[in-house]
Structure formats: structure tokens, C-alpha cells
Design a protein around this ligand. Structure first.
Ligand code: UDP
Length: 243
């Protein structure tokens, strides 16, 4: 959006630290044209290589932020380091703080029935100025009534927590029909805000091992993480080619 993106295996990332990313998001929000933010991890980068539609949805995002340490290492190995990881959940909290000062509004979309309402209750207590203008679970089959509900609320921020790659594809497809300031695809964040999923302790986060903690607490994710070693080999392969 601002300058040339940094290429990690075909996915361009915006090189912004948390402050800059949040400032860019606030500017987009104020423009009110349903632009969207994505925060890909290595799994999504690998998926983009085989799924042209997803790759397009990510490319068309107004902000592409590195979700975790895997992308940061990848960019470094490729010789084009990125400033900082900006995990979706930290990014959301940063935005809520800024939005709260301006009494801006948010709509929470996604997760199992009841979760968005629980997240709203917890967030309301933390961000006094933030206005909560609607919720909807993420297991709907018909987009139209959900879009109508969102448009009636016309939020400054629409959190789209449908899991990846569903949320990226959903935002890209529906952006022209939606009346929002900005949308952000934020995976399992609502589960964390609701208190139904636990985030890794800070020590693990600092060591860049959030993904390992997640694997420990949700072993069913192992299947999805199969793409991680492939990602590492692809990065090394690309580095050798670039030389
Ligand atoms: N989800 C949803 N609709 C779906 C599939 C998933 O709302 O059709 C939700 C799910 O309940 C969870 C989130 O999307 O709250 C995805 O969480 P996950 O931890 O898998 O996030 P990711 O790793 O994709 O960021």
C-alpha cells in the first residue's frame, strides 16, 4: 500500500511495525471503502502457491501483515528482512485502543454461535469508548442476510474471523457489497477474546514459539502444520536460487 511489498515465496508483505500498521489501518478505516487487511502465516503462503484465487485475495488486500515468526525468518533468510511480526490478535488490540479514543464502532463476525457475544462482553469491559454494533456467528450458509445486517450497522471495523483461507476469500468476494470502514481477517481471535481458546504464555510468544504452544494445546492442528517443513525448504530453495 505504501511502498513496494517484500516478497516471501510469491506473497507480498507490507514492511510496517505495529505502530505504522495500526496508523495505516486507521487511515483506511476513515476512507470507508471496505478495504481489507490480511495477516498470512507460512501455511497461507504455501496455500497461495497452489490456489490462484486465494493468492489474488491476499494480493488485493490493502494491508498484508506478517502474522508470526515464520514469515519474519523467511524474509530474513531471503535477504529482505521485515521490521516486525504483527500477529493479528495484537494488531486487533492495538486498533481497539485507537478506535476506543475516537468512539469508533466494530462488528464481530465469526466463530461458533455465542462466541462473538462473549468476546463482545469481555472487550466492552476493556475498551470503554469502543462501540459494539453487531455480532454474527461464522457458520452461515447464505451471505446476503449477513451482509444486510452488517450494512445496517455500517461499522468502522468489521472483524472477519472465519479461519483462513475462508475469511480472505470472503472479504475479497464481498467487499464491493459491504458498507464498512475496514475489514480485518483475524482467524481465531474471537475465540481468544471470548476466553474459549487460550493464547500461548508471553514467554513462548517472545521466543517465537506460539505455533508450538498451539500444537501442544490443539494436537489436531498437526495435519495443517504439515506445510511448515515444506515452507522452510521452499524458503531455503528460493534463497539458493536468488544467489
Ligand atoms: N470458523 C468460522 N466459520 C467457519 C470455519 C471456522 O467462523 O466456517 C471460525 C472458527 O470457529 C474459529 C476461527 O474461525 O473461531 C478459526 O480459528 P483457527 O484457530 O483455525 O484460525 P486460523 O488458524 O485459521 O487463523
Amino acid at each position: 500500500m505504501i511502498k513496494k511489498r517484500i516478497n516471501v515465496l510469491g506473497v507480498g508483505f507490507d514492511d510496517l511495525d505495529m505502530e505504522e500498521a495500526a496508523a495505516a489501518a486507521m487511515t483506511l478505516m476513515e476512507r470507508k471503502n471496505s478495504a481489507y487487511v490480511v495477516t498470512p502465516n507460512p501455511e497461507i503462503v504455501m496455500l497461495c502457491r497452489e490456489n490462484a484465487e486465494l493468492s489474488k485475495a491476499v494480493r488485493e488486500a490493502s494491508l498484508v501483515l506478517p502474522d508470526g515468526i515464520g514469515i519474519i525468518y523467511g524474509a530474513k533468510i531471503l535477504g529482505t528482512p521485515l521490521k516486525q511480526k504483527t500477529p493479528g490478535i495484537d494488531f486487533a488490540q492495538k486498533l481497539f485502543g485507537l478506535m476506543s479514543e475516537k468512539q469508533m464502532s466494530v462488528f464481530l463476525l465469526g466463530a461458533k454461535p455465542g462466541v462473538a457475544e462473549m468476546a463482545e462482553k469481555n472487550l466492552k469491559a476493556r475498551y470503554k469508548g469502543l462501540r459494539f454494533v453487531g455480532t454474527n456467528d461464522g457458520y452461515f450458509t447464505d451471505d446476503a442476510p449477513v451482509i444486510r445486517k452488517i450494512n445496517a450497522a455500517s461499522p468502522d471495523l468489521l472483524m472477519v474471523c472465519l479461519g483462513a483461507p475462508k475469511q480472505e476469500l470472503w472479504m475479497q468476494k464481498n467487499a464491493p457489497m459491504l458498507k464498512t470502514g475496514l475489514m480485518a481477517g483475524l482467524g481465531g481471535s474471537l475465540d481468544v477474546f471470548a476466553g474459549v481458546a487460550e493464547r500461548a504464555p508471553e514467554k513462548w510468544q517472545k521466543l517465537g514459539l506460539e505455533w508450538l504452544y498451539r500444537l501442544k494445546s490443539e494436537p489436531s492442528r498437526a495435519g495443517r502444520m504439515k506445510s511448515l517443513p515444506k515452507y522452510v525448504f521452499a524458503v531455503i530453495g528460493q534463497r539458493i536460487k536468488n544467489k
